[in-house]
Design a protein. Sequence first.
Length: 319
Amino acid sequence: MILKTTAKYFFIFFALSVSFWGCEREFTPNLPTVANDIVVEGYIEASKNPIQSYVVITKSVPFFKSLENISDLYVANAYVWVIDSAKGDSVQLNEFCFQSLPNNLKKQAAVLFGVNLDSIGTYFNPCIYIDFYNKLKPKNNQTYKLHIRLPDGREFFSSTTIPRLVPVDSVSFIKPPGVNNNDTMAQMRVLIHDPVGKDYYRYLTSINGRAYVANRSSVTDDGFFEGQPIKFNLFASVPRGAKTDASTSGLFKRGDTVSIKFSTIDHTTFNFWSTLEYNANSSGSPFASYTIVKNNIDGGVGIWGGYSDVFIDTIVPIK
């Protein structure tokens, strides 16, 4: 009797479920129209062998919009000037689009854009604005303004200061603790003498001549060691999205050639990278707090950053 009653109620429940499912309508959300923001990424750097100052201008894309060609994001035919505030000199950056570059420069541009030169076709044609003839002479403790004018007449402005140089005093390697206390991996140690006054730092690493990569947390300030010498671990950078082995992450392989780009940055550039990296590292966590990425582009979003660089090449000792 109990079995028959249970079967009867199950049949009723199943019939109701089917009827409700049959009446269900497909819901298509009414998505708002979102204007395309202009996104700027540009740098001016002072060092013994500085890279040429450059600016990349792109357009943001609404979250639900499909993108057929990534090159459509890049803004071409803009006018871009960098102004040396101390001298009042203005330098217009030269526009170069990828497909118009000679092959040797295409290789360098492919590294900059993070693409594999062998896997892209003629459809990939982003544009970059660069001080190709090295008219700018970036110096420490000077402010450089950025002025952008788009073909439609819109204008964008920014300003950054290249801070003082804080050199790296020494680089050494030690055996890592725990299970990696062996002869295959090593932990890098770096010594600097932080001067009195507020300073902000960022670093990138390169292994065996490959492109420089920023670590997932690449910036810090001197809040805990201002005006003091400090020796700290410098971790091998891991590209975002790359698979990692927790037992060796951040360590360097013995025998590898390691290049370090250690930079002093201004407060605005520090705020941009610290909020961007926090946002990226906490993405997807239901417990993460909402973070607005700070930027210094008037009228748009992004970063115009001044760097004071030290480049160091070293070989991880075999023993």
